[in-house]
Ligand binder design. Structure first.
Ligand code: PGA
Length: 254
């Protein structure tokens, strides 16, 4: 398993101007420069990626990612942006299948096409999975397994070093720090995800996939989630846009 932990910042549809995005980028980079053991990926709104890409190229450990992509490389798809375009702008990563995209109608099949397109373009691909609710019969486990099985259709063993799985239970996103999953439940889920990947591929291949947790990560809960959750990193929304929260998060990941 890779030794350096991964931190992915999902800025979502924030901030609203390039100036603010630049400020947030520079503040995040300043903190990340102090934590050499953490790999940092910032995912700003796509419109800011070009100019931030020029700044990111100067940094060795910090890179940029897309929040979503289209599944074709080019063509008559008004308003869409392809993985190749993101590559060209300097992005190294792409998030696919975030629950906020799925809430707008994205199916597992669409997620699968996007994953394949990102891998073809040579992007590190972050596949988001996670249940909407937890039931006492643990049917959510089957739900998450199903998301993985469909999303990874035609994804080869040899692609796995470029794949990251972000487990983001929908019920835990956008809450305060006590709304996150417990570190104990995260530990169980991490084992389940690795086991499912081992069933789809094999154990050694499954070990190459980095596993992230996302959902209300904060300076208060981060240490327990990282130390007990058995994850290789975090996908963080709200707190990733607060530079003052980053030291505690990076410290936990170091
Ligand atoms: P949150 O968002 O950290 O604000 O809960 C996480 C996400 O949606 O990726």
């Amino acid at each position: 398993m890779p030794s350096r932990k991964l931190f992915v910042a999902n800025w979502k549809m924030n901030p609203v101007s390039h100036d603010e995005a630049r400020k947030l980028f520079l503040a995040s980079r300043k903190v990340s420069d102090k934590f050499t053991k953490v790999e940092v990926v910032l995912c700003p709104p796509a419109v800011f990626l070009g100019r931030l890409g020029d700044l990111a190229r100067k940094s060795k450990r910090l890179s940029l990612g897309a929040q979503d992509v289209f599944w074709e490389s080019e063509g008559s798809f008004t308003g869409e942006l392809s993985p190749i375009m993101f590559q060209d702008l300097g992005a190294r990563y792409a998030i696919v299948g975030h629950s906020e995209r799925r809430a707008l109608g994205e199916t597992d099949e669409v997620v699968n096409r996007k994953i394949l397109a990102c891998l073809r373009a040579g992007l590190q691909t972050i596949l988001c999975v996670g249940e909407k609710i937890r039931d006492s019969e643990a049917e959510y486990l089957g739900f998450v397994r199903g998301q993985l099985q469909v999303a990874l259709n035609k994804v080869l063993r040899t692609d796995l070093p470029s794949l990251v799985i972000a487990y983001e239970p929908v019920w835990a996103i956008g809450k305060n720090s006590s709304g996150a999953i417990t570190s104990r439940d995260l530990h169980v889920m991490s084992i389940f995800l690795r086991k499912t990947l081992s069933e789809i591929y094999d154990r050694a291949s499954a070990e190459q996939v980095r596993l992230l947790y996302g959902g209300s990560v904060s300076p208060e809960n981060v240490a327990a989630l990282v130390s007990e959750g058995e994850v290789d990193g975090l996908l963080v929304g709200r707190e990733s846009r607060k530079p003052e929260s980053l030291p505690a998060i990076f410290e936990a990941l170091s």
